[in-house]
Write a protein that binds this ligand. Sequence first.
Ligand code: F6R
Length: 243
Amino acid sequence: MEVVPLETSDDVARLAADVIETVVRTRTSPVLGLATGSTPLPTYRELVRRHVAGAGPSYDAVRCFNLDEYIGLPPGHPESYRATIARELTDALGIAPERVHGPDPTPEGLPTAGERYEAALAAAGGVDVQVLGIGSDGHLAFNEPGSSLGSLTRLKTLTEETRRDNARFFGSIDEVPRHVLTQGLGTILRARHLLLLATGAGKAAALAAAVEGPLTASCPASVLQLHPHVTVLCDGPAAAGLA
Ligand code: F6R
């Protein structure tokens, strides 16, 4: 695992954008794994800025797979992860909606959503670079503490802590869905390169536990220690707990 402490979240965004662009430039059919949440937004903005300035690579051959999705939001809800990724990144990069995949949260799709998503990931040849954030409780995607380290895409229940963390995107905590579909920790480990972004003091304890603590389901992000190619980009406040 390479841990790269940087000064600011803008430094994290620039370096993360470099990593993603390199994959897009060098792979013939690049597959990007995308996280939502606040942490990757500066990276997505940087990619869009470069693209608009004509300085980015061509995204024509790119396919994207979202990490997770809420269950129970009306179709097209602005806080659904499909809508968020389209709004914050893929529309602006000119990536067609049919090239952006997410787990299917519709009531009729739910029973088979996990296995169909795993099959779609495999059919695409796997993820070249997976962007990840980390939860303040050490969650990775929506694999909350206690999640199986080998888990695949499935339905999960959010903890109150995560619902509270995500209430800022909704009117109130009551509007935050209780259930999600999420790639499992085992799914995430199949990506060829994992790019974990961590910014802000609120992530310091979780990041230290993930990187330097024991491998344990109590800190799902510690599963990164099992992967042969992980890059952690963090700003000064997030790095504060590292030895
Ligand atoms: C998002 C996701 C979550 C977030 C995590 C951190 O797709 O899977 O694990 O990465 O909750 O969220 P932020 O970046 O908002 O602090």
